[in-house]
Ligand binder design. Sequence first.
Ligand code: TRP
Length: 344
Amino acid sequence: MAETTATPAPQGERKKIIFSGIQPTGVFTLGNYIGAVRHWGPLQEQYRCIYSVVDLHSITVRQDPAVLRKRTLEAYALLMACGMDPEKSILFIQSHNPHHTECSWVLNCSTQFGELSRMTQFKDKAARYADNINAGLFTYPVLMAADILLYQTDLVPVGEDQRQHVEITRDIAGRFNGAYGTTFTMPEALISRAEEGARIMSLQDPTKKMSKSDPNPKGCVSILDEPGVIIKKFRSAVTDSDAQVVYAPGKDGINNLMRIYAAFTGKSLEAIQEEFAGKGYGDFKTAVGEAVVQGLAPIQARYKELMDDKAYLETCYRQGAQQAMRLSGRTLEKVYKRVGFLHE
Ligand code: TRP
């Protein structure tokens, strides 16, 4: 661990700190984008933002090493293409900063077996990957707590599905602070409102979350899908037989399309209802597809540019790791002192 003497600015004087992470498990889906990443760019104007590609987390599920390497760089470039600016924020790759694993070990010892057993993401993944229920999958929330707590994070922008992880982070921080004295800032989840599309569902089975692992590839839109592919996927989206563009319980397919359309046009659900009053689902599905194509076009263009300039990307992630380490080093040093490790 690096030795530092700098102390953080007193509370109240500093900008609030935001931390969030995204796994490099493939191109972001429309769900990742609408529910999470889309909100991260604007936050940079108001907060000190730290965004990480969390490769350490991704190996809790078996990854092909060459594919992981490729996807990590792609995820980093995608973050930048979605508006994350290395001049404004810290953008880094989690495994480049060893403080995360170091802090995670200490926090493991302030986390209970019982509370980890109750995590729904663990239960889901354990069921899905029954032949590889490894200890990392179990302690995943502790690593995530380290990610957040190392930076004295105030706010954690995440999708609804990550709420429980932020809750356990608070429990761990509270327990550590109680035992050793205040060391960590108590973070809060920042979750986008449901009608803005916190939860985007599969286009083929709108009762299930949109996911890269959807058995039907037409259910999931990736933010790098070609325009023609996007339009086709929306045209074949599963809807009910009511044929009215109205947001209502039980109309999962239409509700989902309306949330997507709202996210890309900034229109309210009521305004959308009016816009499509008397029109059929066909017109609506085409309009949603076109809005998505148009909204993603600048991201896709920027992504291509970035991937053509690997040297620039490398400069950015190296600098990001240095900046991240400078901040996390202060917290880790405090943690080591507090628990009683003899100074090196
Ligand atoms: N668990 C998050 C997910 O699967 C990713 C993540 C890891 C994260 N560390 C984080 C999100 C810290 C926010 C803060 O989406």
